[in-house]
Design a protein around this ligand. Structure first.
Ligand code: HEC
Ligand code: HEC
Length: 237
């Protein structure tokens, strides 16, 4: 009898350990896959300093998956942020936080990040980039050349649209063309609570172009070789 009991106790102990182990794996999964804002906040580190891996766990479910698509306000690939300049990433996150950028999901992400967390996450994504770039830039066709000329895009976004003149300006070469198009259109949208971006500079520029022209610009810039990429994360490390 005692032997049986001891055996059962042992069995329960190992069963319990197994349950705890699987619960732990499960508890980590939603942070990466459902992106519940703040889900990693109550992690085992207990509110103290979180590792950078825990912080970016809130991002990789969308930005770390090749070809991952957003469906609002239309279907497009989520922007590549690995290799983007850190100062621009912080500026963009702050624009979601203040509401200058209206995208609802990214607003809720921006809202839960402190300035310090934004800085650490942005530095992490900048470090992941710097993919070597093909020096030969394919020439745009005459229509696109005229559009690029009209708003002097390279005067701010820099050589090959990859060397912005200010680190708070984005690298745009090689970014997903469908995202570039959505972004360009969004600068035209005003007075909509869930759509659009307020930005004096890009607002004035985008409004000079029809959507068909913005699409031609986005397709050309997206076709260039750039420093941006999607860096998939190892799920378990
Ligand atoms: C649920 C999916 C999702 C999650 C999770 C998510 N993002 Fe985003 N992110 C998006 C989408 C979609 C956009 C484009 C929004 C828009 O149109 O402005 C975006 C835009 C951005 C941009 C602007 C990029 C640019 O080129 O202007 C940055 C920076 C960014 N996200 C960083 C992050 C960081 C950092 C995290 C984690 C803390 C994160 N995102 C989590 C979907 C997501
Ligand atoms: C005077 C400087 C300037 C000029 C000229 C300019 N841009 Fe921009 N661009 C910016 C700045 C600054 C931002 C960031 C705005 C923000 O915070 O949303 C930006 C953002 C963008 C974005 C959004 C990128 C992203 O990752 O979300 C795209 C796309 C873009 N510009 C394309 C263009 C194109 C195409 C042209 C020419 C037709 C152009 N820009 C001309 C300064 C400029």
């Amino acid at each position: 009898m005692t032997i049986v009991l001891a055996k059962m106790t042992k069995l329960f102990a190992s069963l319990f350990a197994l349950l705890v182990a699987s619960a732990t794996v499960y508890a980590q999964a939603p942070a990466a896959s459902t992106q519940a804002p703040g889900a990693t906040q109550s992690g085992p580190s207990g509110g103290g300093a979180q590792s950078i891996e825990a912080k970016v766990a809130q991002c990789i479910g969308c930005h770390g998956i090749q070809g991952y698509q957003a469906s609002f306000p239309e279907v497009y690939k989520v922007p590549m942020i690995s290799g983007q300049s850190a100062k621009y990433i912080v500026a963009a996150l702050n624009a979601y936080k203040t509401g200058d950028r209206k995208h609802p999901t990214m607003r809720s992400i921006g809202n839960i990040l402190s300035e310090q967390e934004m800085g650490e996450i942005a530095a992490y994504y900048e470090r992941q980039g710097a993919k070597p770039v093909d020096a030969a830039v394919p020439q745009p066709n005459a229509q696109v050349a005229a559009l690029l000329q009209k708003a002097a895009c390279a005067s701010c976004h820099g050589a090959n649209y990859s060397k912005p003149i200010d680190p708070t300006y984005p690298k745009i070469a090689g970014q997903h063309a469908d995202y570039l198009f959505v972004a360009l259109k969004s600068y035209k949208t005003e007075n909509n609570p869930v759509l659009g971006r307020n930005n004096g500079v890009m607002g004035a520029i985008s409004k000079q172009f029809s959507n068909a022209e913005l699409k031609a610009l986005a397709n050309y810039i997206g076709s260039l070789d750039g420093e941006l990429r999607t860096q998939p994360e190892d799920k378990f490390r």
